[in-house]
Ligand binder design. Structure first.
Ligand code: ZN
Length: 264
């Protein structure tokens, strides 16, 4: 099987502080060739960069501020994110976007922080790693305003409706699918929708330590997701698309490499 790419894993999360080396080793042993470590704040993005440097050519990172932390975004933070984008291991701006599900930051602060990071991506011609939860209309509107000026974007952990998917594809977004698709309650609609995503727009991810696939048997006792479980997501996506596991491994890896500009 082609080595697969986990386009989103929060490996600097403290859930991994005790056994990160084993977690990464298990992922590589399971056939995950490359992991893109998600940056969620300026300091977490610095940590993600430092981690990426420990496994050259296998770990990469994004640099951005998650909507939960939008209130922290000021000129200083944007300058810091701009500097991080110069590092070869940093492959996208993000994660950034809007999250109206939790509202950990006020919505106007979220919209400002999102627009500022999109403007940065436009300025530097960078790919963007996007988060949207319960905020489709505002999110799509802000995206549309900037769309002509940044090269590529991925709506990571897509869990929305068919209309929302169509809107993202129309904006020429890439789509990231997580283990949400394995959820027999919340993920069933995704199994129908995933076949609509063109192969050159589809990527897979764990979003570890979050979103442990709910159909794992046995369930890990600590309920922690990890990148070594990406093949489980891969198989669910292949089943839902009616494609072979090998085919989905190969086209999602090729799409991810092209998206993040990784060496073949
Ligand atoms: Zn996210």
């Amino acid at each position: 099987m082609t080595p697969i790419v986990d386009i989103g894993a929060n490996l600097t999360n403290r859930a991994f502080s005790r056994d990160l080396d084993q977690v990464i080793a298990r992922a590589f042993a399971a056939g995950v060739g490359t992991i893109v470590v998600t940056g969620t704040t300026a300091s977490a993005s610095r940590d993600a960069l430092a981690l990426a440097r420990t496994r050259p050519g296998r770990l990469y990172a994004t640099a951005g501020v998650h909507p939960h932390h939008a209130s922290e975004v000021d000129h200083g933070v944007i300058d810091e994110l701009r500097a991080l984008q110069q590092e070869p291991e940093i492959v996208a701006v993000g994660e950034c976007g809007l999250d109206y599900d939790r509202d950990y930051s006020p919505r106007d602060a979220q919209r400002r922080a999102f627009a500022a990071q999109l403007a940065l991506a436009c300025d530097l011609g960078r790919a963007v790693f996007l988060h949207e939860r319960s905020a489709h209309a505002d999110f799509a509107a802000i995206l549309r305003e900037h769309r002509s000026a940044f090269p590529r974007g991925v709506v990571h952990c897509f869990t929305g409706s068919g209309d929302e998917l169509d809107a993202y594809l129309e904006l020429d977004m890439h789509i990231g699918i997580t283990g949400w698709i394995c959820d027999d309650r919340r993920g069933v609609h995704l199994r129908e929708l995933v076949g609509r995503i063109p192969a050159d727009r589809l990527m897979i991810e764990t979003d570890a330590p979050y979103l442990l696939p709910r159909d794992l048997k046995p369930m890990p006792k600590n309920r922690r997701n990890e990148p070594g479980l990406l093949p489980h997501v891969l198989r669910a996506v292949a089943r839902a698309r009616g494609e072979s596991v090998d085919a989905v491994a190969s086209h999602t890896a090729a799409t991810s490499r092209a998206f993040f500009g990784l060496p073949a």
